[in-house]
Write a protein that binds this ligand. Structure first.
Ligand code: PLP
Ligand code: COI
Length: 364
């Protein structure tokens, strides 16, 4: 049996959160703490292929203590959002791009790729089922977290023969919890995020587990986020926490590190490159070193820096520190180019301006 194009079955929650309680939860949700009533689960075995796909009440997953995911971290995930439209409808943003990246992550982690149509269908089904959980607030959205874990009970190191794919959803507001208009970064000289040949361009949990100590170091140093430098020369800027990074120069051009295999190919990054072009801004995908970053910040050639990602949207960066660097970009506050690009992106995602690229996938 293979699910292919068949419908997912539906099992409604017998006791969904009452409407009044839900409305209170939607008022100011902390990122990733409030979960909707339902989830999607689909199972895989080598023998059966993809089977038993359903939208069902959100609840605990049965996981054997010997499951390969618990010992060797054979796991991948995605992050995407459903947005409320002005006419009350609901849209996803480029879900096909998330499906493709999930496919690529599966291949890198030696997992069976979920058919991309099934990925998109599963996310659409959950959004339709839990549509009442989409916040109406300006920056609100329903964050969707598709993931896949290796469920075969086996302690010998090998790819699992069985998997569980699931999607859960969280109403979210703004991801960044800082009152400042721009964040401060710590450039770690102790830790790397990804090395050539590693899993940097895959969205797998292991990358994030490995980044936690670096983030903790940044917080100990009084910074908001860590900026990762390349693992070989320790000077090329790669990513900022869970964001890709853009530099804005005084001639109006932008630069972002190229996708060489150690950087997550962000869908926000890709979208902003296109939207910047629409605004007449040229974007170079070229390496940028931390020493050049400091020199350009000090000379004034560099005007703005910002991070971008699904959760963080566009987040201005004001200051950078490390054991051997300490500099401020511009006046250390949010800048106009970041703001223009953020508006261009969020206006499109929320249906406040036309969608010339066909990026919206309307589900309701
Ligand atoms: N880089 C990392 C390490 C991330 O975790 C994310 C977030 O998903 C991004 C970049 C941005 O990717 P996207 O724009 O697809 O959310
Ligand atoms: C996202 O932006 O979707 C992410 O995956 C960030 C996450 C680590 C909170």
């Amino acid at each position: 049996m293979n699910l292919g194009d068949e419908q997912l079955s539906h099992v409604s929650h017998p006791n969904p959160v009452p409407a009044r309680e839900r409305e209170a939860l939607l008022r100011n949700p902390v990122f990733g703490r409030v979960f909707t009533d339902h989830m999607v689960t689909i199972r895989y075995s080598e023998e059966w292929g993809w089977y038993d796909g359903k939208v069902c009440p959100q609840g605990e997953l049965p996981v054997h203590p010997g499951s390969l995911v618990l010992h060797y971290a054979q796991e991948i995930f995605e992050g995407m959002k459903a947005y409320r439209l002005p006419d009350g409808g609901v849209t996803l943003f480029r879900p096909d791009a998330n499906a493709r990246r999930f496919h690529n992550s599966a291949v890198r982690l030696a997992m069976p790729p979920l058919p991309e149509e099934l990925f998109v269908k599963s996310v659409r089904s959950l959004v339709r089922t839990d549509q009442d959980w989409i916040p109406r607030a300006e920056e609100g959205a329903l964050y969707l977290r598709p993931f896949m874990i290796a469920t075969e009970a086996a302690l010998g190191l090998k790819p699992s023969a069985e998997y569980l794919y699931a999607v859960v959803a969280c109403p979210v507001g703004s991801y960044v919890q800082s009152d400042a208009s721009a964040i401060t970064l710590w450039a770690s000289e102790t830790y790397s995020r990804a090395a050539p040949g590693g899993t940097g361009e895959a969205k797998c949990g292991g990358n994030y587990a490995a980044s936690l100590a670096a983030h903790a170091e940044a917080v100990r140093e009084g910074c908001d986020q860590v900026v990762f430098l390349d693992a070989v020369e320790r000077r090329w800027v790669e990513e900022v926490g869970s964001m890709n990074v853009f530099f804005v120069f005084d001639d109006g051009s932008l630069q972002t590190p190229p996708l060489t295999g150690t950087i997550l190919p962000g869908i926000t990054r890709d979208s902003l490159i296109t939207l910047a072009g629409d605004l007449g801004l040229k974007v170079r995908e070229e390496p940028y070193s931390i020493d050049q970053w400091q020199a350009d910040a000090e000379s004034g050639r560099l005007r703005e820096v910002f991070g971008c990602g699904t959760a963080a949207v566009v987040t201005p960066i004001g200051k950078v520190r490390s054991q051997s660097h300490d500099f401020t970009i511009g006046d250390g506050e949010a800048g106009p180019v970041a703001q223009r690009l953020k508006s261009a992106l969020t206006d499109l995602q929320n249906g406040r301006r036309p969608d010339p690229y066909g990026w919206l996938d309307r589900v309701l």
